[in-house]
Design a protein around this ligand. Structure first.
Ligand SMILES: Cc1ncc(COP(=O)(O)O)c(C=O)c1O
Length: 320
């Protein structure tokens, strides 16, 4: 196994991420206990898993004495939002390469307010991001800029998430728990999930369940395999679950109602793209007896609430 780097100078303060037990009827009925790791509370702008995924990228950019950061995402991207906020906070300039054509969204407004220089690539242009040398023209245009892969992915992003395992282990005592039986979280690129698997490899190797926000055909399983091979993890213990429902970023009245019910019962806000679908997939499995009575799980709240602003009108409409 690769040795884990100690937490980066750019790592968020984990003391700001409380672990809350939530009480929901479907958990009670199955006698399953669930604690939510509230990464959404870490910081209003750098919320959820994003800062963890960015920490080592920021460190590398700083070590290279880069003056700015370049990355990609859609017009609601949680990743670009966090990257632009981090760049502004740590004194980097930032360049965002966006999918599609120029449009205004609450996220885009924030990107501009953080000083990010935006370039709209269209859909075809954005598809070229996987081609070798894609970033070369941008590096020429923005010399001395560090390129962060889409979603803050890659081994650097993954290693930034591994310390979450030890953090939760320490926090269990605050719940009166001596241990837990597994992790449940939303998976987009699988970077955060792979980080937990790596963190667990040095601990108890508890299973990490990744609820896929996009269809399995998007190839997340290969990306996770690749990351875990790179990290030299011999016996990874994880499972990917299709939580995408109607497709990535699509949501229906059931999702809207679930968000409302869950928030009313627990005070935990969820976003419709990642965390709500992940929690719904958990409900589905818990209700079918997937976990034995008495099981204790940790759900990682990966944030994404900034993205909910643009979805709120549609969520309200679905509830009428
Ligand atoms: C709110 C939220 N949750 C979960 C994820 C998935 O994280 P990962 O790409 O590390 O699987 C993302 C995407 O990055 C996200 O924005």
């Amino acid at each position: 196994m690769t040795s884990l780097p100690s937490s980066s100078a750019f790592s968020p303060d984990l003391a700001l991420a409380p672990l809350h037990v939530v009480d929901l009827p479907w958990l009670r009925a199955a006698a399953v206990q669930l604690a939510v790791l509230r990464l959404d509370l870490i910081d209003p702008a750098l919320s959820g898993n994003k800062w963890f995924k960015l920490a080592h990228h920021l460190e590398a950019a700083s070590a290279e004495r880069a003056s700015g950061l370049i990355s990609l995402g859609g017009p609601h991207s949680n990743h670009l939002h966090a990257l632009a906020a981090a760049a502004a906070r740590y004194g980097f300039s930032s360049v965002g390469l966006l999918r599609g054509h120029a449009q205004r969204t609450p996220t885009v407004d924030d990107l501009e307010s953080y000083g990010m220089q935006l370039h709209w690539l269209g859909y075809g242009g954005y598809r070229e991001r996987h081609q070798l040398g894609f970033f070369d023209t941008w590096r020429e245009r923005y010399p001395n800029h560090y390129c962060v892969p889409e979603g803050g992915s890659g081994l650097s992003g993954t290693l930034g998430c591994a310390p979450l395992v030890a953090h939760v282990q320490e926090k269990l005592a605050t719940l009166g728990w001596t241990d837990h039986d597994g992790w449940w979280l939303a998976a987009g690129t699988g970077t955060t999930l792979a980080g937990l698997v790596i963190g667990e490899a040095g601990q108890c190797a508890r299973r990490v369940y990744g609820a896929l926000a996009g269809p399995p055909s998007h190839g997340v399983s290969h990306e996770v395999e690749r990351l875990l091979i790179q990290a030299d993890i011999a016996h990874p213990n994880y499972q990917l679950i299709d939580a995408s429902r109607a497709g990535f970023g699509r949501f229906d009245a059931e999702v809207a109602a679930f968000i409302l019910e869950t928030e009313a019962a627990t005070d935990v806000p969820l976003d419709p793209v990642y965390t709500a679908k992940a929690m719904m997939a958990l409900r589905f499995h818990v209700a079918r007896g997937y976990f034995p009575r008495g099981a204790r799980l940790v759900f990682v709240h990966t944030g994404g609430l900034q993205g909910r602003r643009a979805a709120q009108a549609q969520l309200n409409e679905l509830l009428r």
